[in-house]
Design a protein around this ligand. Structure first.
Ligand code: FAD
Ligand code: NAG
Ligand code: NAG
Ligand code: NAG
Ligand code: NAG
Ligand code: NAG
Ligand code: NAG
Length: 504
């Protein structure tokens, strides 16, 4: 195990010293130990939080979810021309890092096995071919070099932690290593290592936090699960694991779907949420699991407004966007590998391709998809479908100069950033986001309002397993608080200060 800085080890709960049964809250009221809890949002974090409360014997809770089903960003759709329909994952589609020997298991992998979800390994590095803007172009040497540069980036980030050096962007890290990607081929290779994972550029990302993020999931030396990626291929959708898990403990009265929350009213004595319908739900506690993007976008109004320390934390982390653009053709005409990399002169322009019409995935489906991220995703979200389709077909024509590219029989891409229930795909940690900000992003506001989700995970932000661990950990803390008859909760810092103030 590496030595972790104290702040990463988590902050203990500050409990009130209360005598036995006559528990009182901070303001002196008597509290029931079977307090009621509203879990706001039914994604992975919300469902696992509910399961945790249930396990702790706290059963008076309700999950309040805007959509018609559980799963959140685990979401699938039926895609394809008549007679050629398949289930596709619009959101998360891999278990990233599963388990190595008897090492720690990714809890999402555990759920996959428990509920018999169909998956297959996806070989990101060994089954790939490369293209440029005039056709096939073998630059696998550059591709391998960029993988080494990425490994070196995570190592040098570790030495910065050891020496207590300040964070910087991953771009600074790459440049100091001498890894300067200047050709389309080198840029595409770097993109595959970096942007395709973080959904943002090295310029937009923390050097240290991105390296941690990689290590804690993939690197078994530091407690990671391992480096394989399992692709969900189940006709019931990847969401089946969370819906089946919920079915084991959740009672109908504990779930309200189709209930969009507009306002969250927080006070010392409880929380009320106002639904779009005007209906008001009251509870002793609430756990908000909405995405960072939803919190940033003011889709939900907090009354009173969240305190400055919370708002600064929310606005300082980044909600990134990751977009899969799906095409279905009468028949496959493309590469036989699982993956392909396309090097456009413009970095990030339709770079990463994956064939689903592959023996390991959905053979015979006629489906290939391309992924965009970051600003490029925002750009395509703003365009009509027809224009994006035309651009993507243009890239295929460049990759396959001797093939007449047929018209696709189906085309679809989700607009994650425009979706008011998500406002992006997952969080990314910028270099201006300090560990105290993270503590504040996670901390409860007052005694009653708590937060959990993918973005509040210090080690696994962005991942399904981050949402899982946060749902479990924060609900455990809430249960302790409820059973103690009240608590102050997690620590926050009032102001994130500069170690050495600026001088003029
Ligand atoms: C395109 C894409 C690809 C991804 N790929 C992977 C991957 O391969 N592997 C991986 O590990 N992770 C991946 N992720 C990330 C992963 O999906 C998330 O980290 C995880 O699902 C987040 O779970 P959560 O419970 O924190 O949030 P959410 O799933 O967002 O849950 C929050 C819930 O709140 C609901 N909600 C929002 N606003 C309101 C409102 N006003 N009223 C009521 N309800 C509301 C939402 O509908 C949602 O159900 C991907 C995400 C996306 C979008
Ligand atoms: C659950 O909590 C609600 C809100 O506080 C309360 O009205 C209800 O009676 C409680 N139900 C039970 C079974 O305790
Ligand atoms: C929820 O909405 C979906 C479609 O948005 C609908 O099919 C479903 O019947 C609704 N469920 C309830 C319980 O109203
Ligand atoms: C694209 O690859 C081909 C084949 O390797 C090569 O001849 C050509 O110069 C490359 N084009 C660019 C712009 O790099
Ligand atoms: C990575 O680091 C090793 C060891 O210092 C070095 O030999 C190698 O050239 C570096 N590779 C890249 C691509 O930076
Ligand atoms: C990531 O793992 C590498 C290899 O084990 C290690 O050298 C490095 O210090 C780690 N990076 C961080 C940021 O902890
Ligand atoms: C395309 O066809 C030309 C002419 O037959 C040939 O020289 C070239 O190698 C082909 N390119 C590819 C990518 O197959």
């Amino acid at each position: 195990m590496v030595e972790l800085p104290a702040w990463l080890l988590g902050v203990g709960l500050v409990m009130l010293a209360l005598p036995g049964a006559s528990a009182v809250s901070v303001d002196g009221r008597a509290l029931k130990k079977d307090a009621s809890v509203l879990i706001l949002g039914g994604g992975v974090a919300g469902v696992i939080a509910a399961r945790t409360l249930h396990e702790q014997g706290i059963t008076n809770f309700t999950i309040v979810e805007a959509k018609g089903e559980l799963g959140g960003r685990l979401t699938s759709t039926t895609f394809g021309a008549k007679g050629k329909e398949v289930t596709l994952e619009l959101g998360a589609n891999w278990v990233q890092g599963t388990q190595t020997d008897n090492g720690p298991a990714n809890p999402i992998w555990t759920l996959v096995q428990k509920h018999g979800l169909k998956t297959h390994e996806n070989d990101w590095t060994g089954s790939i071919v490369t293209y440029n803007a005039t056709g096939p172009d073998d630059y696998l040497d550059l591709f391998d070099e960029s993988a080494d540069a990425y490994t070196n980036l995570t190592i040098t980030a570790g030495t910065r932690v050891d020496k207590r050096l300040v964070d910087a962007t991953a771009r600074t890290g790459y440049s100091l290593l001498g890894a300067k990607s200047r050709t389309p081929q080198a840029m595409a290779s770097e993109y595959y290592q970096f942007d395709w994972e973080y959904a943002q550029t090295p310029e937009e990302s923390s050097w240290i936090a991105s390296s941690w993020g990689n290590n804690f999931t993939y690197n078994t030396d530091v407690g990671g699960f391992g480096d394989d990626n399992q692709m969900a291929l189940d006709p019931r959708g990847f969401k089946h694991i969370i819906q089946a898990e919920a079915a084991e403990f959740l009672k109908p009265a504990q779930l309200r779907t189709n209930s969009t929350i507009k306002t969250i009213k927080n006070s010392d004595s409880g929380v009320s949420v106002v639904l779009e319908s005007g209906e008001v739900l009251h509870a002793d506690y609430a756990l908000c699991t909405f995405s960072l993007g939803v919190l940033q976008h003011d889709d939900v109004v907090f009354e009173p407004a969240l305190p400055d320390w919370k708002e600064e934390a929310i606005q300082s982390m980044t909600m990134a966007t990751y977009t899969k653009v799906f095409l279905q053709f009468e028949e496959k005409f493309w590469f036989d590998t699982e993956m392909a990399l396309y090097a456009d002169p413009e970095r990030g322009r339709y770079p990463v391709w994956q064939s689903l019409d592959h023996v390991n995935f959905l053979p015979g489906s006629g489906i290939v998809f391309v992924t965009t991220t970051g600003d490029y995703s925002l750009r395509i979200e703003s365009l009509p479908d027809e224009q994006v389709q035309e651009e993507v077909l243009g890239v295929l024509a460049a990759m396959f100069p001797n093939t007449t590219i047929p018209a696709p029989v189906a085309f679809h891409f989700p607009r994650w950033n425009a979706d008011p229930l998500f406002r992006g795909s997952y969080s990314n940690w910028p270099s201006s986001f300090f560990s105290e900000h993270h503590e504040n992003l996670r901390a409860n506001v007052g005694e009653r309002l708590w937060f959990a989700g993918e973005a509040t995970s210090q080690k696994y932000f962005g991942f399904l397993h981050g949402a899982y661990f946060e749902g479990a950990d924060v609900a455990t803390d809430m249960a302790k608080c409820i059973k103690a008859g009240g608590c102050v909760g997690m620590k926050h810092v009032q102001e994130v200060t500069n170690a050495r103030p600026y001088k003029i």
